[in-house]
Design a protein around this ligand. Structure first.
Ligand SMILES: Cc1ncc(COP(=O)(O)O)c(C=O)c1O
Length: 368
């Protein structure tokens, strides 16, 4: 079976982890500091603050902007649950706006109508490795005087023109093992705002600048030096990994038939955290791929507003037509950099054979 993800760790990771273990400094220390500097440099921001996960990076970004009970944060229903959950953790209310059917990301045309006097931030998600329309959203956020937090957990080194995901307002990244680069578990907040970075550092460490002097109530959301050691090795490989993902995606774009392949906005560098197609008879499609030895995955089978805790909070009756349409059609196929050319060919043959069995998805009709 060709798996949907295959983390690649090698000798360099082993060496740096071993050196870290021998150093005796295991928790947050010099390697975390170095990783923060290197990652911020890679993304193009003046600050990087490493965290224990992408979820805690999102949580800290919101807290860093002082968001809490009574506030609203605009995000999308078509995402991993962490985007919306991080808003709930602060006591604020996630307000959902639908996504664009072409790029799967927040539809900027719907944002203004969702802004109320309580709105404190926009939190678009750069899903599957393609940046949301950050330039358009930044203009809205600036004009309306609200913060901008990009959930860039899936878009490491993706860009709009020369500008990378994570450089508008605050960016948050995840280094979960299936991501374009990993630290095992881990996350990072990137920003040019020095004061925000300072507050987030404080909140990450129990509100402590001077040892055992706690200025505010904070958390332990630190990354370990062992995780940062893996990250330092992975950072060197990210460009190569992303180039390989893009190469595989280009073959899929050219050779897949009968399915809707990903739309890439002009001027955007998509880093294909996922290569997500839209198909007819999606669940049968996934089964047929499996029978042909090709793994696939549905990101995400249930949108945020239909998840049990959100239904309990009263979101169940809300309707997001594009999200609901996509939820029934999307299927991600393997695009990880360790795929061989033969494996890529197998995936292409399996998708094309399945599409000819189950029928072609009518693209225009589905792009309501
Ligand atoms: C869009 C999105 N947001 C947030 C997260 C949360 O990251 P983590 O799993 O590192 O907490 C993820 C990762 O799974 C994600 O894909």
């Amino acid at each position: 079976m060709i798996p949907i993800a295959r983390p690649q760790l090698g000798e360099e990771e082993k060496r740096l982890v071993w050196e870290t273990m021998e150093s005796g400094l295991l928790a947050q220390g010099p390697r975390v500091r170095e990783f923060e500097e290197r990652f911020a440099e890679l993304i193009g921001t003046s600050h990087g603050v490493a965290t224990s996960s992408g979820t805690t990076a999102l949580h800290l970004a919101l807290l860093g902007y002082g968001i809490g009970p009574g506030d609203e944060v605009i995000t999308v229903p078509f995402t991993f649950i962490a985007s919306a959950n991080s808003v709930l953790y602060t006591g604020a209310r996630p307000v959902l706006v639908d996504v664009d059917a072409r790029d799967f990301n927040m539809d900027p045309a719907l944002v203004e109508a969702a802004i109320t006097p309580r709105t404190r931030a926009l939190m678009p998600v750069s899903l599957y490795g393609q940046p949301a329309q950050m330039d358009v959203l930044a203009e809205i956020a600036e004009r309306r005087g609200i913060a901008l937090i990009e959930d860039a957990c899936q878009s490491h080194a993706a860009s709009i023109g020369e500008r990378r995901s994570g450089t508008w307002g605050a960016g948050t990244f995840s280094f979960y093992p299936t991501k374009n680069m990993t630290t095992g578990e881990g996350g990072m907040l990137t920003t040019d705002d020095g004061e925000l970075a300072e507050r987030v550092r404080l909140l990450r460490e129990h509100g402590m600048k001077v040892r055992y002097h706690h200025d505010v109530v904070g958390w332990n959301f630190r990354m370990t030096d062992i995780a940062a050691a893996i990250g330092l090795a992975q950072i060197e490989k990210l460009d190569g990994y992303n180039a390989r993902r893009r190469e595989i995606a280009a073959r899929y774009d050219a050779e897949l038939r009968g399915v809707v392949t990903p739309y890439v906005r002009p001027g955007v560098t998509h880093v294909y955290h996922q290569y997500t197609i839209r198909v007819r008879e999606r669940d049968a499609f996934a089964e047929a791929l499996k029978a042909r030895g090709v793994g696939s995955a549905i990101y995400y089978p249930i949108p945020v507003h239909r998840q049990t805790p959100f239904v309990a909070l009263g979101y169940g009756s809300e309707s997001y037509p594009v999200t609901e349409l996509l939820t029934g059609q999307v299927l991600s196929i393997p695009v990880h950099p360790s795929l061989s050319e033969d494996e890529v060919t197998t995936v292409i043959q399996a998708v094309n054979a399945t599409a000819s069995e189950l029928g072609t998805l009518e693209v225009e009709a589905s792009r309501a």
